[in-house]
Design a protein around this ligand. Structure first.
Ligand SMILES: CC(=O)SCCNC(=O)CCNC(=O)[C@H](O)C(C)(C)COP(=O)(O)OP(=O)(O)OC[C@H]1O[C@@H](n2cnc3c(N)ncnc32)[C@H](O)[C@@H]1OP(=O)(O)O
Ligand SMILES: O=C([O-])CC(=O)C(=O)O
Length: 370
């Protein structure tokens, strides 16, 4: 038995949710470019869960459900108020989602119907939780969700406590579409491993949030924002990156296990970043990002991934840095839950082997003789 480091190239499951073939990403057979341009996040969530784009009636029903389920239990709001104000936001989100399970009246009902409802509830409630965590950290009261609006609009409304502008809603909606699913990435794999023991959907999503938090995965968008802050201005960008590369440090937001010629989502986020800058009459953050991109690409041959330009998009939307990875989770929970439902359908426990590299033939020595 020989191990492959990081399971590179290992095909660990079949899935009909999303695919990456020759650098092309599709959700249920629809090219991400097509969806990014035309679909709303709600349509994409429906597509991921139910395998087809919704008709008008189905979409209306899903939006109604997302709206109806968006409020979170008062007990959970009380708990969130007890979290340390400087706690990592993803750690707070992980704790809150784990606690959310305790208040689902469906309990351990594992029927397909109950799990589909739990998936929609998780999608509806994650934005409310993230907004509540953000406001409580700033010493503000959480804002109750607004009925009848999109996930993107509702999240921005709950975060800011006022009606968001159309540009911000549109940009966030598109970012949510782009982040919704991505084949067998680390957090989705974590979710599938957890529920393959026939554990519940909340356990799967809690595992996934823990995996997404790391800077090699979803946490990279916050690391990019920190880097952009550190660089500070366009004239420092090239030298900053060169020094990091000379020190063999990783540049966050670049490289990918699967994409070697570029992440198809990055161009959409890059365009959004530029447009947001142009609209504000200040493209300095975008321009600095482009210099970093060109430097890493020319020096290292590494292309930006989904996390690179999303950092400048969210910054220009006025969103605090520590919410970048939670926003990723708000989108990816659609994919995680779709994968969890798929895992339950044809389940077998996921239990690979390890290549043992430790000592052998050891003999027990009593503690007083060691
Ligand atoms: C949503 C997402 O999860 S997208 C990914 C987000 N993560 C990041 O942006 C963090 C930065 N990037 C990375 O750490 C990696 O590229 C990962 C984690 C995305 C992929 O990791 P792997 O598939 O294991 O890539 P791997 O480590 O084999 O990279 C190959 C080589 O490129 C180097 N490399 C990879 N990414 C980077 C980077 N961002 N900066 C500098 N060098 C890099 C590696 O050090 C390695 O060099 P070596 O062969 O001299 O040792
Ligand atoms: O697929 C991966 O390894 C990481 C990624 O880009 C994602 O989860 O969106």
């Amino acid at each position: 038995m020989t191990a492959t480091k990081g399971l590179e190239g290992i095909v660990a499951t079949t899935s009909s949710i999303s695919s990456i073939v020759d650098g092309v990403l599709t959700y249920r057979g629809y090219n991400i470019d097509d969806l990014a341009e035309h679909a709303s996040f709600e349509e994409v969530a429906y597509l991921l869960w139910f395998g087809k784009l919704p008709n008008a009636e189905e979409l209306k029903a899903l939006k109604q459900d997302l709206s109806d389920y968006a409020a979170i239990p008062d007990e959970l709001i009380q708990q969130i108020k007890l979290y340390p104000k400087d706690a990592n936001t993803m750690a707070s989100l992980r704790s809150a989602v784990s606690a959310l399970a305790l208040y689902d009246e469906a309990g351990d009902d594992m029927s397909r119907e109950a799990n589909e409802k739990k998936a929609v509830k998780l999608q509806a409630q994650l934005p409310t939780i993230v907004a509540a965590i953000a406001r409580v950290r700033q010493g503000k009261e959480p804002v109750a969700p607004k009925a009848g609006v999109s996930v993107a609009e509702n999240f921005l409304y709950m975060l800011r406590g006022e009606q968001p502008d159309e540009t911000s809603i549109k940009a966030l909606d598109q970012a949510l579409v782009l982040h919704a699913d991505h084949e067998l990435n680390a957090s989705t794999f974590a979710a599938r491993v957890t529920v393959a023991t026939l554990s519940d959907i909340y356990s799967g999503v809690t595992s996934a949030i823990g995996a997404l938090k790391g800077p090699l995965h979803g946490g990279a968008n916050e690391a990019v924002a920190k880097m952009l802050n550190e660089v500070g201005s366009i004239d420092r960008a090239k030298a900053y990156i060169q020094e990091k590369l000379d020190n063999r440090e990783k540049i966050m937001g670049f490289g990918h296990r699967v994409y070697k010629n570029g992440d198809p989502r990055a161009k959409h986020l890059q365009k959004m970043s530029r447009e947001l800058g142009e609209m504000k009459g200040d493209t300095s953050l975008y321009d600095m990002s482009v210099v970093i991109d060109e430097t890493v690409t020319s020096q290292k041959g590494l292309k930006p991934n989904v996390d690179f330009y999303s950092a400048s998009v969210y910054t220009q939307l006025g969103i605090e840095q520590e919410l970048f990875t939670p926003i990723f989770a708000i989108s990816r929970v659609s994919g995680w839950t779709a994968h969890i439902l798929e895992q339950y359908e044809g389940n077998r426990i996921i239990r690979p082997r390890a290549e043992y590299t430790g000592l052998t033939d050891q003999k027990y020595v009593p503690v007083e003789l060691r």
